[in-house]
Design a protein around this ligand. Sequence first.
Ligand SMILES: [Zn+2]
Length: 91
Amino acid sequence: MRTSYLFDHPTSCRECGKAAAKHTDTYRMVANEPYSGNMVVVKKKTYVSFGKDCMTLTLWDGETYILKYGYFCSLNCTSAYANRMVRTFES
Ligand SMILES: [Zn+2]
């Protein structure tokens, strides 16, 4: 099971140092209007569906970051770190 961790500050993978991604939500809505909420628009895509202007907004709260596997970006990084710990503590 994947265990994602959220952080309220920029962080990075403890193994490889890759920066954590912004934790965003994507919203689809009809009408291509300027976004007036208090979230940060990370990405905006407009398109026409059934003759109506539509848009997909990717919004970020401006402070939350996510690492998909706890303190790590991938399972490879997780096991590399864990194995190094075992080597460190059992040798
Ligand atoms: Zn990593």
